[in-house]
Design a protein around this ligand. Sequence first.
Ligand SMILES: NC(=O)C1=CN([C@@H]2O[C@H](COP(=O)(O)OP(=O)(O)OC[C@H]3O[C@@H](n4cnc5c(N)ncnc54)[C@H](OP(=O)(O)O)[C@@H]3O)[C@@H](O)[C@H]2O)C=CC1
Ligand SMILES: C/C=C/C(C)=O
Length: 362
Amino acid sequence: MIILRGYIKHFQRQFSIICYRNSSKMVKAKSFIYAKHFKDMPQASNFDLIEEELPEIKDEEFLCEAVFLSIDPYMRAYASMLPVGITMIGSQVAKVIDSKNLQYPVGSYVLGSFGWRSHTIWGPNNKKKSSLEQTPYIVPDLIHHPISLYLGILGMTGNTALFGFLDVCKPMAGETVVITGAAGAVGSHVGQIAKIKGCRVIGISGTDEKGEWLKSIGFDDYINYKTVTNFSVKLKELAPNGIDCYFDNVGGELTSLIMQQMNKFGRISVCGSISAYNNDYNSLPKATILQPSIVANQLTMSGIHATNYYDRWMSGIKQNKMWLEEGKLIYKEHVVDGFENMPNALIGILNGVNTGKVVVKV
Ligand SMILES: NC(=O)C1=CN([C@@H]2O[C@H](COP(=O)(O)OP(=O)(O)OC[C@H]3O[C@@H](n4cnc5c(N)ncnc54)[C@H](OP(=O)(O)O)[C@@H]3O)[C@@H](O)[C@H]2O)C=CC1
Ligand SMILES: C/C=C/C(C)=O
């Protein structure tokens, strides 16, 4: 009994060293400040890169170091509504390097909405600044895949694709599904779920290279919207029986043309409108009248939002992980090297340089 107690004490001491390792070394954190409001395409000059010395962590806090940071189109859209001077918004996978919180032990990886920062001190008293922010959660290391997947198919984009498509489009086997922004993070995921559900899937992309990749992961066909001579004619050719489900990532004229070919009782999941993110909202373009298509075919059109799925978040990750392990979900990452390149990575996604999910590797 005495020996057992000795072992327990020894284990407790070792464990507390792991959880509470409190290095006295000062840590310098780099972060990007949203310094100047975006106008048109973001520029490097919209951001200031600053460095600050972080204080020692307090009780219940942990210090973590970014490993991968996510780059998402919403950063362009949302930052326009935010005040300048804040740390640029975003999420990351980070490694805990110091901790006084048993739930976040040193050496573990966390998914956190810490913004564009290299190092972060987080504690339960940290106030959420927007509904986009989630309480950090531990992500187990992935043996056969990069841990950055928690920003993509096993994270926000994956859950948006899963719930945003299935909840609204309710796809049935044999139906035709069209996806814009198809070669991106969300679109390529939606297309593969549509195939799992037995649908015919047409992806819209900005290059033939992206389109060929879509076919290699199971899409039935694609349209290169930048080079096609007549988009509507080509769409009719590829979807001769009309469109039952449309997953809209881009909005604008492409959406108007697609909606004109929807079948009766078609469903449209409105995920984003990247084609307009660089627009000046004070001088909006004239809108195409979509109501005739909606009325004539009794279409259902619904906006979706990742934040609406927080209560089902972990079950979404579990489902996507299962499909990944079964080989039914293929992913591609566009990895940009270096924290300093965060602004370039954002500019890149808005220019369509990526196939699949964009992440920055620190
Ligand atoms: N509602 C929600 O909760 C969420 C919404 N989203 C939205 O989903 C959409 C896709 O996001 P995500 O998959 O992460 O990003 P992507 O990985 O799809 O990257 C964006 C892609 O959009 C395409 N694109 C850029 N500009 C235009 C344009 N003017 N017209 C048409 N296509 C364009 C480019 O591909 P190409 O070369 O093919 O043009 C680019 O690669 C975005 O609108 C985003 O805001 C994302 C996550 C959550
Ligand atoms: C959470 C992301 C939202 C959009 C519109 O991208």
